[in-house]
Structures are given as structure tokens and as C-alpha cells.
Design a protein around this ligand. Structure first.
Ligand code: GL2
Length: 794
């Protein structure tokens, strides 16, 4: 292996500025400095990357492949600097050139190649796989446009295309030599035993590799993203006839495949393009995996002992039939044996039980696009029925192809993402399959990487922790429990409280500068940041806020605990109800923030364009974490873990991983409210449950009334009748029924916050007891229970 001596970061920056970007320091713009620093850091990552790759080949270790339509990676420069422990060196190197470290970091675009928790989880997992030293690849799509940019006009969400590739991107290596043809449509021929698919249309998937470095640069894995290319990019004949649009058409069509991330959270779009994207990702990834396996091992029957493929939700579920097609049709392995090899290689993570999010495709569309795969799915279904005669549910019901059923049958392990969610899987959507295969469903509660979500985003807290217990916690987060004795030390607790206060001051200053929004850092910073969805109940939060406002107005001289309600999050462009909730919050904020009677006690801010970078600002400065979904609906949540780790106690329901967070941090350090998942199901049976709840709580009735009469939309009083009508009517997500208990919990928060020392204790216990929520723990669970994979660093 090539051995080069490592130059200083300063020299490396200067060298790249000069020779990679052709600029001298006098003429370099911020982007040049950002690129030069990124390349200097990237050089070091590449060294770790080569080492890891060689070791994987030499040991013949099993490899993990994480297939995901989303990788919400955010900015990467700070991640690399922190993991390589170059923070101080980078700061002083830039200072020598009179450049500010934070300005340079802030120049990087936020790569939003995902919608929310599912995509961010995939990014945390990649980082943990590298930290642990488990040989792994992430496979995804190199979307030209990530999740849309959000702004507000008159309080309303406006979407604009996101342009992360509009600036130079430092991290990827284009691999023009790694290309695969991916087909669609066409027909299937049978010659005796030989079945062949003849696609009508083909595009090429080209690889772009991003190295992902783990803690201390001990290991680096690869995120390989596929970009769509035309096989014959240019139609010269059409061009020569003067038809320039037709000449460019093949290229445009092929590129469409990797053009946009579907801006959809937990609902699926029945769009042909989406199904094409799913097959594009999966088909390219499988070809790549099998090529690598063939080069090293050859015998396909050994695939499950050398390869573990994880399907992140059902989006890559076509991997089952596609792998069988390759093994059976192309390599001649008998069908049932192909099916067993595929199943022993594949495993599937379910991320939601919302019925509208369980992917299914119309058989006409599916059969047209993937004619051979639909035959294979039928064969899988028959084979499964033959092996399990008591089975009643087919994966091909109601002229639909059911991707959840397919994924379950084609996976040797199926996991949920929190204890509660996993149990609900067994009794709801997968009940029959669970009864047939009782060992298949396992739980792997989600986690977050402590490198990004504490060490990098909260340097003040990270510094205090390291000073107290050493840096062991960074890759062994449960060591945080060693903080517990310090919590009893009043001097230490003061310092812990000061860290939070300094973070709040920093956030207040930024909100003032960036958004002209001024707030007193002594208020409770009460934060709800996540995608907008009725089940997440941002409308419960704003209803309580409005009720609280009315109560303060009734008695403005009382001893209120000042509170800032912070919101951020995007609504899917076609989800009109969610967009109305955003507008209501913005309209209410305009009125309430301008109320001189109350605004020293209550303020509301909805920050636009929520993304990973904004989360990194908000999480360290939060006092209170809002996790208020209708119990049984949030599969896990991961924001809840980030807040607890950074010392923001939760006000929340017994939903998803909230249950486990409360178990870990202690019930006394968690503000619980609301119905349990079981009570939710019972409550829905109660006739007029919403009306009954409203009748029983005058505060709720009044809050609904002021919205209905147009207090926040005087020019258009009926603007929110859709929301009030929904809440007073079906109220499927039980906002009204949980309101009174939410109100009670919030007043407990007010009282608790008055005792600043008591609050700091509660916050510190959240930090000290959140170690279990590291994605390192989650990944070790997958390695042991699902992948049978080993770390090459242990
Ligand atoms: C989600 C769940 O809604 C969320 O609760 C969970 O934490 C994440 C990661 O497991 O997955 N499912 C889903 O489809 N999205 C999620 O965020 N988009």
C-alpha cells in the first residue's frame, strides 16, 4: 500500500487551495477555503478508508449492505473534523489565513437526501458502522434535488427546489467505471426451463462514493449513491434533423430517475417514477454486491455467510424477487433454493404501522414495469403458501402487490424500531405472518450517533463531560452514567446549568440575527421539531399554547413561567391539513407575539426550513422536548433521544421509544401525559369522544372557539374551520381527548422550571442516563441478532 507522510493540515489546505482550486489566499472566496479544508480532511479519511478496505478483503469478513432510499447526511465537514480530532488544528490553520472556522463550516450545503427520521437513522447507522469497524456499504440514490427548501409567505409554507449540488461538493468520488444497466418494462420469454426478461427500456446507474469515517479515524466505510445516466446520451440523427429537444430526450429521461427525492414522509406516492427509483437503487446495488462477492468468493450458495443486506423499510423490497431472478434465471439455481439463499441474505426493518404508509403497488403498473418480478412474486407467494398451509393473507390481494408482506416473507429477520412498535407489529399488520414465523420479528430500538449529536453539536456540554469522566463516553456512551455522582455536587450542577444557558444565549443571538426574532434566554425553550403530521400533533401543542395565552390574559399579573414555544418542520407539499397547521401556528404567533399584555411570558416561533443543520443548533439549546404523538403511532422517534442526551427532559406520551427513554431516565425526570396505545384504541370506540372532551374542558373549548371565530385570521375568519371541524368531529388522533392531561403536564413543567436547580438536576439525569440510546448500541444489536457480522476492530 502506498505510504505517504501526512502533511500538516495548514500545508494541506494551502496545497489544495493552490493546486486543486487554482487560487491563492488573496483571491480565494469562502467556498474555496471550505473546499480546500474539506479536501485536506478528506485526504486523511481516504487513508483510513483504504486501510479498512484492504483489511476487509484480507480477512474475508462478512459485509453488511444497508439499502435505503434516504440518507439524511447533512453537512459532512464538521463530522470528518470531529471524528479525526482535528478541531483545534483546523481552527488554528484557518486563523493563520484570517478565516473563521465557523464561517467556513457554515458554507457547506446541507445534503438533505431524506425526509426525516428514517433517513437520518440511516446516516447515524453508517457513522456507527464505521466507528465500530464493521465492514459495510450504504447504497442509495444521488438525488440532484434533496428535500425541498421551505419558506413562509404570509405564514404559509412555500416549497422551492433544493440545490445541494449547486455548490461544489467535496466528499464524493465519481466512479465512471462502475456502471450497471437497469431495465424496465418489456416482456418475458420461456424456453423450457430457461426464463428470460427482455426489458424494453434501459438506463445506466453510475456510482458516486462518499467515505464515511468513524471515531478517531480508525475505520471508514462507503456510502455509494447511484446517479441515472442515459446509455446513448445523445441522438445525433435527431440533432442533425434540427430536433434538438428530441436529441437530448434520452439523457433527460434517464436523469429524471435520480432527479428528486420524493417529498413524502410516511405516505407513499403511487407514482411510476417512485417505483422506478426503487428498482433502480436495488437493481444497481445487487449487481454491485454480487460482482464484489463473485470476485472474492464465487460460490453463490455461500452468499448468506458473507453478505447481509438490510432493507430500510419496504422501499428496496424488490431486492427479494430481483435476487431470486438473478440466482434462478441468470445463474440457474433452482427456484426454491434461490428463494432460501435470498431470504437468508435479506432482512427488513419496518418503520411505521400507519396503514397509508404500507407500500403497495397496483398490479397493472407493477406488471408493466417489472413483468418478470411480478411472476416471481407470485411464485414466492405460492411457495410460501405451500410451506404454510394455514396461511390466509396473500401478498397479491385486491389487485395490489403488498410490499410489507413480500418483505416479511423474503427476510430471515424483521425488526421494529422500539419495544412498543415491535410488539404492535406482532398484533397488528404482521399478526398472521408472526404466528407462522414466531422467531422472525426482533426488536432493535433506534439510536443516534453521539459524535454528531453531542460531541460536535454541543461542544460546551461535551467539554464538561470529558473534563468530568474523560472521553471514554464518545464511543461507549453508557459511560455517561458515571456523571451521576457529579449531579449531587452543587458546583458541578451549576456548571451544567450554565452550559445550557450559554447554548440558549447563542441560539437567541442567532435567531435575532438570522430571523429578527428576539427572545429572552431565561424563558423555557420548549421545542417541537419534526415533520408535520397529524399523528405528531403539532396542533395539540398550538391549542395548548393558545389556551395558555388566554389564561395569561385573564390574569396578567400572576407569577407565570415565561416560555418560548419553538417549532420547525416541513409538511409534504400535498398534505393540506399539515400545511394548515403550519399556517395556524404562524398566524397565532403573529397575534400572540404582538400582545403587550402577555409577550414577556409567552412567545412563539416557527423557524423555516428545518434540516439537520438547524436541528444541530436547536437540540443543545432546548429545555423541553415535545414528543406528543398519539400513542401507538410514532414507531420510535430519534429526536426524542437527541433531546434527552442533550439535557432536555421530555413532555410526552407513552409512544415509540419515549417508553424506553422514560424507563432509562426515570419517571421523575419525564413529564408523562396522555392515553396509552391500548386506551387510544378504546377511546376511539367512544361515541363523540371529541365532543365529550371539549365539553369537559372549558380551556379547550375556548381555544377552539377563538380559532373558529378568526382571532388569528381576522381577514378570513373561516380559514381554520377545516382544523376546528376535524377536531370537533372525528378527531382520529385524539387531540381533544388528550388535551386536559397535556395541559396538566405543562403546568407541572412551569412549576418545575421555577426551581432552576431542580430543573438542572432533571436535565443532568437525562444526559447521564441516555447512554443506551447510542446508535453504536443499536448497530451492535443488528450485528449480533440479524447480520451475524463482526467488528474488525474489536
Ligand atoms: C419513521 C418513524 O415515523 C419514526 O418514528 C422512526 O423513528 C423513524 C426511524 O425508525 O422511521 N418511519 C418513517 O417512515 N419515517 C420515519 O421517520 N419517515
Amino acid at each position: 500500500m502506498l505510504q505517504l507522510s501526512t502533511p500538516s493540515l495548514r500545508d494541506s489546505i494551502l496545497r489544495h487551495l493552490t493546486y486543486s482550486f487554482g487560487k491563492d489566499p488573496e483571491h480565494a472566496i469562502l467556498e474555496d477555503w471550505r473546499m480546500a479544508l474539506s479536501y485536506a480532511v478528506r485526504d486523511r479519511i481516504v487513508d483510513a478508508w483504504f486501510k479498512a478496505t484492504h483489511q476487509t478483503y484480507e480477512t474475508g469478513a462478512k459485509r453488511v449492505y444497508y439499502l435505503s432510499m434516504e440518507f439524511l447526511i447533512g453537512r459532512l465537514l464538521e463530522d470528518g473534523i470531529v471524528n479525526l480530532e482535528l478541531v483545534e488544528e483546523a481552527k488554528s490553520a484557518l486563523a493563520e489565513f484570517s478565516k473563521d472556522y465557523n464561517d467556513v463550516l457554515a458554507d457547506e450545503p446541507d445534503a438533505a437526501l431524506g425526509n426525516g427520521g428514517l433517513g437520518r437513522l440511516a446516516a447515524c447507522f453508517l457513522e456507527s458502522l464505521s466507528t465500530i469497524g464493521c465492514p459495510a456499504h450504504g447504497y442509495g440514490i444521488r438525488y440532484e434535488h434533496g428535500l425541498f427548501r421551505q419558506s413562509f409567505v404570509g405564514g404559509r409554507q412555500v416549497e422551492q427546489p433544493e440545490l445541494w449540488l449547486g455548490q461544489r461538493h467535496a466528499w464524493e468520488f465519481e466512479r465512471p467505471e462502475v456502471r450497471y444497466r437497469i431495465g424496465f418494462g418489456g416482456h418475458v420469454t420461456n424456453h423450457g426451463e430457461t426464463v428470460r426478461w427482455h426489458p424494453a427500456e434501459e438506463v445506466e446507474a453510475e456510482a458516486f462514493d462518499t467515505p464515511v469515517v468513524g471515531w478517531k479515524g480508525r475505520w471508514a466505510n462507503t456510502l455509494r449513491l447511484w446517479s441515472g445516466r442515459a446509455i446513448h446520451p445523445f441522438d445525433l440523427a435527431a440533432f442533425n434533423h434540427g430536433d434538438y429537444a428530441a436529441a437530448a430526450a434520452p439523457e433527460a429521461l434517464a436523469r429524471t430517475i435520480s432527479r428528486v427525492l420524493y417529498p413524502d414522509d410516511t405516505t407513499e406516492q403511487g407514482k411510476e417514477l417512485r417505483l422506478k427509483q426503487e428498482y433502480f437503487l436495488t437493481g444497481a446495488a445487487l449487481r454491485d454486491i454480487l460482482r464484489r462477492f463473485n470476485n472474492q468468493f464465487g460460490d453463490l450458495r455461500k452468499l448468506p455467510s458473507k453478505v447481509a443486506i438490510q432493507l430500510n423499510d419496504t422501499h428496496p423490497a424488490i431486492a427479494g424477487p430481483e435476487l431470486i431472478r438473478i440466482l434462478h434465471d441468470e445463474r440457474g439455481i433452482p427456484f426454491d433454493e434461490s428463494m432460501d439463499i435470498a431470504r437468508n441474505t435479506l432482512s427488513y426493518t419496518n418503520h411505521t404501522l400507519l396503514p397509508e404508509a404500507l407500500e403497495s403497488w397496483g398490479e397493472a403498473l407493477f406488471g408493466r414495469l417489472l413483468p418478470r418480478h411480478i411472476q416471481i412474486i407470485d411464485q414466492i407467494d405460492n411457495e410460501h403458501a405451500n410451506r404454510n398451509p394455514s396461511r390466509t393473507q396473500s401478498m397479491r390481494a385486491d389487485h395490489q402487490v403488498k410490499m410489507g408482506q413480500l418483505s416479511f416473507v423474503m427476510a430471515h429477520k424483521v425488526n421494529g424500531v422500539s419495544a412498543l412498535h415491535t410488539e404492535l407489529m406482532k398484533t397488528t399488520v404482521f399478526e398472521e405472518l408472526h404466528n407462522l414465523h414466531p422467531d422472525r420479528i426482533v426488536n432493535q430500538t433506534n439510536g443516534v450517533t453521539p459524535r454528531r449529536w453531542l460531541l460536535a453539536c454541543n461542544p460546551r456540554l461535551a467539554g464538561l463531560i470529558t473534563e468530568s469522566i474523560g472521553e471514554v463516553w464518545v464511543d461507549d456512551l453508557e459511560q455517561l452514567e458515571k456523571l451521576e455522582p457529579y449531579i449531587e455536587d452543587a458546583g458541578w450542577l451549576d456548571r451544567y446549568g450554565k452550559v445550557k444557558r450559554d447554548n440558549k444565549v447563542e441560539l437567541s443571538n442567532w435567531m435575532g440575527q438570522a430571523h429578527g426574532f428576539h427572545v429572552d434566554p431565561d424563558m423555557i425553550f420548549d421545542v417541537q421539531i419534526k415533520r408535520l403530521h397529524e399523528y405528531k400533533r403539532q396542533h395539540l401543542n398550538i391549542l395548548e399554547t393558545i389556551a395558555h395565552w388566554l389564561e395569561i390574559r385573564d390574569n396578567p399579573d400572576a407569577d407565570w413561567t415565561p416560555r418560548l414555544k419553538l417549532f420547525a418542520g416541513k409538511a409534504a407539499p400535498g398534505y393540506f391539513f399539515a400545511k394548515d397547521i403550519i399556517r395556524l401556528i404562524n398566524d397565532a404567533a403573529a397575534v400572540i407575539n404582538a400582545d403587550p399584555l402577555t409577550n414577556k411570558y409567552l412567545k412563539i416561533a416557527f423557524l423555516p426550513n428545518y434540516n439537520v443543520t438547524l436541528a444541530e443548533r436547536l437540540v443543545p439549546a432546548a429545555d423541553l422536548s415535545e414528543q406528543i404523538s398519539t400513542a401507538g403511532k410514532e414507531a420510535s422517534g430519534t429526536g426524542n433521544m437527541k433531546f434527552a442526551l442533550n439535557g432536555a427532559p421530555t413532555v410526552g406520551t407513552l409512544d415509540g421509544a419515549n417508553v424506553e427513554i422514560r424507563d432509562h431516565v426515570g419517571a421523575e425526570n419525564f413529564f408523562l401525559f396522555g392515553m396509552t396505545a391500548e386506551e387510544v384504541m378504546e377511546r376511539r370506540m367512544v361515541e363523540s369522544h371529541a365532543q365529550k372532551a371539549i365539553a369537559a374542558d372549558p380551556r379547550l373549548a375556548r381555544a377552539l372557539e377563538v380559532i373558529r371565530e378568526g382571532r388569528f385570521s381576522p381577514a378570513e375568519p373561516e380559514r381554520y374551520h377545516n382544523i376546528t371541524g376535524n377536531l370537533e368531529g372525528a378527531d382520529y388522533f385524539l387531540v381533544c381527548s388528550d388535551f386536559s392531561d397535556y395541559w396538566r403536564a405543562q403546568r407541572e413543567v412551569d412549576a418545575a422550571f421555577k426551581d432552576q436547580q431542580g430543573w438542572a438536576r432533571m436535565a443532568a439525569f437525562n444526559t447521564a442516563r441516555s447512554g443506551w440510546f447510542s446508535s453504536d448500541r443499536t448497530i451492535r444489536g443488528y450485528m449480533k441478532d440479524i447480520w451475524d457480522a463482526k467488528s474488525l476492530l474489536d
